[in-house]
Design a protein around this ligand. Structure first.
Ligand code: ADP
Length: 682
């Protein structure tokens, strides 16, 4: 407890405003710092009702704070006041009730500091700053009343012996300074001094001051003597002092030399413990630096949130017995918005400004609600559920909203170790993953496009196949029909020829119908009809369909069929399609290249006991090396009216039979060779 009776001059040295008011609020004492802070002189202030003069304002009403003070004997907190010149100031104050010897309250001591400027920067406070502030608040002054008379005598002796420069003499004779310390007696100290320097008993301290001065601080004491002798009003210096047990700590040493008390040989000394502040500063500097660095430099959007409102909501829920927030939210979905409104952004880093399209930090401050995309509250919800469970962090992918409404895909993470959260401090990070998400979405849509394309191409293959395969027998039927008509139109119609042509027409028409049936079966995903067949027979039948075309194109077809091949399990029509397709391609290639000697050789062989092979070889131009790779790709064609579907269909058919098909260039004939392998029927 500060004792104004120790001397008002000492209180004037204190930088904090200190004033005393009676129980009616009337100002009884007003120190220098109060004059500086509020702009009212001592004369103007004394006798006035403090809260009226200073227009004290607090959201809970001043009367409410006073009531709390009466209840507990103390109150500390922050409120606003208005100075004599009308400026609003934020005051951080501590009130304590002063009692008389009978413990009857007689007044209220208020120590206060102007924290207006600090409040303005408080939004960027880090945890270490919070610590610092708390420690700073906890500081109180230690006061000493010293009997300085022996030192006065000694100093006069020195001057008498011809010492001119006292300071120099002291620095040359530190032993003398220690002697002066020993001679300086402690008359009285306040409670804070006992706490700070002693072991609980005031009497222990009422000896010489020497035990409290470590060697290293000797010259500070010396300088204070010099200051007193030079008729300075006071002396203030940061120095190390030590407790009665010899523990050194940092202090702000203030000595005041009011003429009146000096005459009586009494020196007033005030000591403020700075160790906590200095430690806090050191810690702050370090952690502040680290934190700031991380906060600013990282390419992650960082947000410092004040979640004290959320803490309050949590306490209310706990008081109601809510143990599972998730269930509670299920029943009260509105709680999510309420929780958001109670998480307030107080600072963000540079990266956040660019990411969210803000020019200034102030644009980002306030409740975080507007940065969440309506309907995308899950991540926030989960994060508060985790917080409610006491988990120190949370991470989830989500969407947030920039100032211009743009949605940003982010990896959202929350860091709030319990002691930080208890103070209402939460650090949120948002890593922009929009590009990642965009490419993922693109990939997904590409995949679905591909699947779609594959489906379309399969349909296309079927359609093309129908057109391709049916066209051929239809063309043959037309040709046979025309030929038949010619035979009939002769003066002597050749019935035998017509019969022959008609038989072929029927065969081709059946084949066309058969193809359509088979392909329809394929389209409906009906399993094709697999029979154990001799490959050579399939080749011979397929060639039947080519006869007309071969003749028209003047192509010589040779078959080289190895007898006694293992049978294959195959769909006759589909395999015939492959052979017809490969042969027609060969003919078209030779036609396109205007090859003179047009030959196709279809050969079968046994590759091994389990595999039979079919080759279709031509004497055409062969296949350009660059095209070899894409030959089986859907829609790859080098023909003006080509569809690029024949070979993909062949491959689909062969693969569905468990075989393979390859294209190569024949080194001896220069033409192309298509090699089909098929597994032998087991
Ligand atoms: P299309 O016949 O409609 O072009 P295909 O898939 O049947 O479609 O053939 C694709 C391409 O393969 C042809 O355009 C041609 O360039 C090439 N090709 C196929 N067979 C031969 C061959 N025997 N000789 C040379 N090129 C061929």
């Amino acid at each position: 407890m500060i004792e104004p009776s120790l001397g008002s001059d000492v209180l004037d040295l204190i930088h904090e405003s200190i004033f005393l008011r009676d129980l009616d609020g009337r100002i009884l004492y007003w120190n220098k710092a109060s004059e500086d802070l509020y702009g009212w002189t001592r004369a103007e202030a004394i006798g006035r009702i403090a809260h009226e003069l200073l227009i004290s304002e607090h959201p809970d009403s001043i009367a409410c704070l006073e009531a709390r003070l009466r209840e507990t004997g103390r109150w500390d907190g922050e409120f606003t006041r208005t100075t004599a010149d009308g400026a609003q100031v934020m005051i951080e104050a501590r009130w304590s009730i002063r009692r008389d010897g009978q413990d009857v309250p007689i007044g209220i001591v208020e120590t206060g500091r102007d924290i207006t400027a600090r409040k303005a920067t408080e939004r960027v406070l880090t945890e270490s700053e919070y610590r610092y502030r708390n420690l700073f608040q906890a500081m109180a002054a230690s006061f000493w009343e010293l009997d300085f008379t022996p030192v006065g005598v000694m100093v006069r002796g020195l001057f008498a012996s011809g010492v001119k420069d006292l300071g120099q003499h002291f620095s040359e004779h530190p032993g003398l300074v220690r002697e002066m310390m020993r001679a300086t007696r402690v008359l009285d100290v306040n409670e804070q001094t006992v706490t700070l320097f002693g072991r609980g008993k005031k009497d222990e301290l009422l000896g010489s001051v020497e035990p409290f001065w470590p060697e290293s601080s000797t010259q500070v004491f010396a300088q204070s003597i010099v200051a007193a002798v030079s008729r300075k009003l006071n002396y203030v210096m940061e120095t190390k002092l030590q407790t009665i047990d010899g523990r050194e700590f940092d202090t702000l040493f203030t000595a005041s030399f009011p003429a009146e008390s000096m005459q009586k040989g009494i020196l007033m000394v005030g000591v403020i413990d700075l160790s906590a502040r200095n430690q806090a500063f050191a810690a702050m500097e370090q952690s502040e630096f680290r934190y700031r660095n991380l906060f600013e430099v990282m390419a992650v959007s960082f947000w410092q949130l004040d979640s004290s409102g959320l803490n309050r909501l949590f306490s209310e829920l706990r008081a109601q017995g809510v143990s599972d927030l998730s269930t509670y939210i299920d029943e009260h979905p509105g709680f999510i918005r309420q929780a958001m409104d109670n998480c307030v952004a107080i600072d963000v880093n540079e990266r956040t400004l660019t990411m969210y399209g803000a020019k200034e930090r102030s644009q980002m401050r306030g409740p975080i609600t507007r940065f969440w995309v309506p309907g995308h509250y899950d991540a926030f919800r989960h994060s508060i559920e985790a917080a409610y469970r006491g988990e120190p962090g949370y991470l989830e992918e989500t969407k947030t909203r920039a100032l211009d409404g743009r949605e940003i895909d982010v990896l959202f993470f929350v860091t709030a170790p319990p002691q930080m959260r208890a103070k209402g401090m939460v650090l949120v990070g948002n890593i922009d993953i929009s590009e990642l998400v965009a490419s993922r979405v693109a990939l997904e849509s590409m995949q679905s496009n591909l699947i779609h394309a594959a489906r379309v191409s399969m349909l296309g293959e079927l359609t093309a196949s129908i057109a391709h395969e049916v066209n051929q027998p239809l063309a043959a039927i037309a040709t046979y029909g025309e030929a038949g008509l010619r035979w009939l139109n002769r003066t002597e119609p050749d019935i035998a020829e017509v019969r022959d042509l008609t038989i072929r027409m029927v065969a081709d028409a059946r084949r066309a119908a058969e193809i359509i049936t088979r392909i329809r079966g394929m389209a409906c995903h009906r399993t094709s009809e697999r029979l154990s067949l001799p490959l050579n027979n399939v080749v011979k039948e397929a060639v039947q369909f080519l006869r007309h075309e071969l003749q028209a194109q003047n192509v010589e077809l040779s078959l080289s069929l190895t007898p006694h091949l293992p049978r294959i399990n195959a769909d006759r029509t589909l395999l015939q399609q492959v052979i017809v397709n490969l042969s027609i391609n060969a003919m078209q290639a030779m036609e396109q290249a205007q090859v003179d000697e047009r030959r196709i050789c279809i050969a079968t062989s046994c590759l091994d006991a389990a595999t039979v092979q079919l080759t279709v070889e031509d004497s055409g131009p062969g296949i350009a090396t660059v095209d070899l790779e894409r030959l089986f790709d859907s829609f790859f064609t080098t023909k003006k009216s080509g569809m690029g579907m024949g070979l993909p269909i062949c491959r689909t058919v062969i693969q569905s039979h468990g075989g393979s098909i390859q294209a190569s260039n024949n080194s001896s004939t220069c033409g192309a060779t298509f090699t089909v392998t098929l597994p032998a029927a087991g």
